[in-house]
Design a protein around this ligand. Structure first.
Ligand SMILES: [Cu+2]
Length: 192
Protein backbone atom coordinates (compact mmCIF):
# COMPACT_ATOMS: atom_id res chain seq x y z
CA UNK A 1 0.00 0.00 0.00
CA UNK A 2 1.50 3.32 -0.98
CA UNK A 3 1.55 6.26 1.40
CA UNK A 4 -0.33 8.36 -1.14
CA UNK A 5 -3.24 5.99 -1.13
CA UNK A 6 -3.35 5.94 2.68
CA UNK A 7 -3.34 9.72 2.86
CA UNK A 8 -6.03 9.92 0.18
CA UNK A 9 -8.09 7.39 2.17
CA UNK A 10 -7.68 9.46 5.33
CA UNK A 11 -8.86 12.57 3.52
CA UNK A 12 -11.96 10.71 2.31
CA UNK A 13 -12.56 9.45 5.82
CA UNK A 14 -11.38 11.97 8.43
CA UNK A 15 -12.39 9.81 11.40
CA UNK A 16 -9.97 6.97 10.45
CA UNK A 17 -7.75 7.43 13.57
CA UNK A 18 -10.80 6.80 15.74
CA UNK A 19 -11.80 3.61 13.87
CA UNK A 20 -11.58 0.53 16.04
CA UNK A 21 -8.62 -1.78 15.33
CA UNK A 22 -10.89 -4.48 13.88
CA UNK A 23 -12.39 -2.08 11.32
CA UNK A 24 -8.93 -0.94 10.31
CA UNK A 25 -7.80 -4.59 9.96
CA UNK A 26 -10.79 -5.40 7.75
CA UNK A 27 -10.12 -2.28 5.69
CA UNK A 28 -6.46 -3.31 5.34
CA UNK A 29 -7.44 -6.85 4.25
CA UNK A 30 -9.94 -5.42 1.74
CA UNK A 31 -7.22 -3.18 0.37
CA UNK A 32 -5.03 -6.26 -0.15
CA UNK A 33 -7.52 -7.44 -2.77
CA UNK A 34 -6.61 -4.36 -4.78
CA UNK A 35 -2.87 -5.13 -4.68
CA UNK A 36 -1.88 -6.86 -7.88
CA UNK A 37 -1.13 -10.59 -7.96
CA UNK A 38 2.72 -10.34 -7.98
CA UNK A 39 2.80 -7.95 -5.01
CA UNK A 40 0.42 -10.16 -3.10
CA UNK A 41 2.66 -13.18 -3.77
CA UNK A 42 5.70 -11.26 -2.44
CA UNK A 43 3.68 -10.19 0.61
CA UNK A 44 2.65 -13.82 1.29
CA UNK A 45 6.30 -14.90 0.93
CA UNK A 46 7.43 -12.18 3.37
CA UNK A 47 4.73 -13.18 5.89
CA UNK A 48 5.77 -16.84 5.44
CA UNK A 49 9.43 -16.03 6.12
CA UNK A 50 8.46 -13.96 9.19
CA UNK A 51 6.29 -16.81 10.53
CA UNK A 52 9.11 -19.34 9.99
CA UNK A 53 11.47 -16.96 11.80
CA UNK A 54 8.99 -16.66 14.66
CA UNK A 55 8.61 -20.45 14.90
CA UNK A 56 12.43 -20.87 14.92
CA UNK A 57 12.87 -18.26 17.68
CA UNK A 58 10.04 -19.71 19.84
CA UNK A 59 11.31 -23.27 19.22
CA UNK A 60 14.82 -22.25 20.21
CA UNK A 61 13.56 -20.59 23.41
CA UNK A 62 11.36 -23.57 24.34
CA UNK A 63 13.70 -26.40 23.29
CA UNK A 64 15.47 -26.78 26.67
CA UNK A 65 12.04 -27.31 28.26
CA UNK A 66 10.53 -29.61 25.63
CA UNK A 67 13.42 -31.76 24.47
CA UNK A 68 15.58 -34.02 26.59
CA UNK A 69 18.82 -32.25 27.32
CA UNK A 70 21.99 -33.21 25.52
CA UNK A 71 23.58 -36.11 27.31
CA UNK A 72 27.24 -36.28 28.07
CA UNK A 73 28.34 -39.68 29.31
CA UNK A 74 31.39 -39.74 31.56
CA UNK A 75 32.83 -43.19 32.23
CA UNK A 76 33.89 -43.74 35.83
CA UNK A 77 37.06 -45.57 36.82
CA UNK A 78 36.06 -49.24 36.32
CA UNK A 79 38.39 -50.37 39.13
CA UNK A 80 36.48 -48.33 41.73
CA UNK A 81 33.93 -50.62 43.41
CA UNK A 82 30.90 -48.93 45.01
CA UNK A 83 30.43 -52.09 47.11
CA UNK A 84 33.58 -51.15 49.05
CA UNK A 85 34.31 -47.44 48.58
CA UNK A 86 33.25 -44.01 47.34
CA UNK A 87 34.02 -43.35 43.66
CA UNK A 88 35.03 -39.93 42.35
CA UNK A 89 34.74 -38.80 38.72
CA UNK A 90 36.35 -35.76 37.13
CA UNK A 91 33.93 -33.93 34.80
CA UNK A 92 35.09 -32.77 31.35
CA UNK A 93 33.71 -29.25 31.90
CA UNK A 94 35.58 -28.91 35.21
CA UNK A 95 34.67 -29.99 38.71
CA UNK A 96 34.22 -33.46 40.12
CA UNK A 97 31.53 -35.68 41.59
CA UNK A 98 31.85 -38.38 44.22
CA UNK A 99 29.27 -41.12 44.70
CA UNK A 100 29.10 -43.21 47.85
CA UNK A 101 26.63 -45.82 49.08
CA UNK A 102 25.88 -45.45 52.79
CA UNK A 103 25.95 -49.20 53.52
CA UNK A 104 28.63 -51.72 52.49
CA UNK A 105 27.98 -54.16 51.01
CA UNK A 106 24.97 -52.56 49.28
CA UNK A 107 21.93 -54.33 50.79
CA UNK A 108 18.95 -55.79 48.93
CA UNK A 109 15.34 -55.05 49.98
CA UNK A 110 16.60 -52.85 52.86
CA UNK A 111 16.91 -49.08 52.22
CA UNK A 112 20.40 -47.58 52.06
CA UNK A 113 21.68 -44.03 51.66
CA UNK A 114 23.03 -42.73 48.37
CA UNK A 115 25.40 -39.82 48.90
CA UNK A 116 26.75 -37.45 46.25
CA UNK A 117 29.33 -34.74 46.84
CA UNK A 118 30.11 -32.23 44.08
CA UNK A 119 32.97 -29.75 43.83
CA UNK A 120 33.35 -27.07 41.15
CA UNK A 121 29.92 -27.84 39.67
CA UNK A 122 26.46 -27.00 41.01
CA UNK A 123 23.83 -29.26 39.46
CA UNK A 124 20.18 -28.15 39.58
CA UNK A 125 19.01 -31.76 39.76
CA UNK A 126 20.67 -35.05 40.75
CA UNK A 127 19.12 -38.46 40.13
CA UNK A 128 20.41 -42.02 40.33
CA UNK A 129 19.03 -44.68 38.01
CA UNK A 130 19.37 -48.32 39.04
CA UNK A 131 19.04 -50.80 36.18
CA UNK A 132 19.89 -54.45 35.74
CA UNK A 133 22.58 -54.87 33.10
CA UNK A 134 21.47 -58.35 31.98
CA UNK A 135 17.82 -58.21 33.08
CA UNK A 136 15.05 -55.68 33.48
CA UNK A 137 14.47 -54.86 37.16
CA UNK A 138 11.86 -52.10 36.72
CA UNK A 139 12.13 -48.31 36.87
CA UNK A 140 14.13 -47.24 39.91
CA UNK A 141 15.36 -43.65 39.77
CA UNK A 142 15.23 -41.72 43.04
CA UNK A 143 15.93 -37.98 43.02
CA UNK A 144 18.57 -36.83 45.47
CA UNK A 145 17.72 -33.95 47.79
CA UNK A 146 20.17 -31.05 48.01
CA UNK A 147 21.79 -30.93 51.45
CA UNK A 148 23.91 -27.80 50.94
CA UNK A 149 27.61 -27.34 50.21
CA UNK A 150 27.33 -29.43 47.03
CA UNK A 151 25.97 -32.50 48.85
CA UNK A 152 22.96 -34.52 47.74
CA UNK A 153 21.28 -37.47 49.42
CA UNK A 154 18.50 -39.99 49.00
CA UNK A 155 17.52 -43.44 50.17
CA UNK A 156 17.29 -46.24 47.65
CA UNK A 157 16.04 -49.82 47.75
CA UNK A 158 17.18 -52.59 45.42
CA UNK A 159 14.97 -55.64 44.86
CA UNK A 160 16.21 -59.19 45.36
CA UNK A 161 17.26 -60.85 42.15
CA UNK A 162 15.82 -64.31 41.38
CA UNK A 163 19.15 -65.49 39.93
CA UNK A 164 21.11 -64.49 43.03
CA UNK A 165 24.14 -62.60 41.77
CA UNK A 166 23.57 -59.83 39.27
CA UNK A 167 25.28 -56.78 37.78
CA UNK A 168 23.70 -53.37 38.35
CA UNK A 169 24.28 -50.14 36.54
CA UNK A 170 23.83 -47.14 38.83
CA UNK A 171 23.75 -44.13 36.50
CA UNK A 172 24.25 -40.81 38.24
CA UNK A 173 22.36 -38.09 36.31
CA UNK A 174 23.36 -34.48 36.86
CA UNK A 175 21.58 -31.51 35.31
CA UNK A 176 23.84 -28.50 35.03
CA UNK A 177 22.62 -25.56 32.94
CA UNK A 178 21.78 -26.98 29.52
CA UNK A 179 23.72 -30.21 29.98
CA UNK A 180 22.72 -33.55 31.36
CA UNK A 181 25.70 -35.55 32.53
CA UNK A 182 25.34 -39.32 32.90
CA UNK A 183 27.91 -41.32 34.88
CA UNK A 184 27.22 -45.06 34.61
CA UNK A 185 28.73 -46.88 37.60
CA UNK A 186 28.57 -50.68 37.77
CA UNK A 187 28.53 -53.00 40.74
CA UNK A 188 27.59 -56.58 41.47
CA UNK A 189 25.03 -57.58 44.10
CA UNK A 190 24.34 -60.94 45.76
CA UNK A 191 27.94 -62.14 45.53
CA UNK A 192 28.40 -62.54 49.29
CU1 LIG B 1 18.09 -59.62 38.50
Amino acid sequence: MSQGRTLAGMKEWPGIERMPALCRTIRFLKSLRRVNFVNRKILIDVIGVLLIGLVVVIGYKLSPMLLPKADITVQPDPTCDLQRQACAVRLPGGGSVELAMGTHPIPLVKPFEVLVATTGVSPSRVEIDFAGVEMGMGYNRPVLAAKGEGRFMTEAVLPVCVTGQMVWQATLLLETGHERIAIPFRFTSGSN
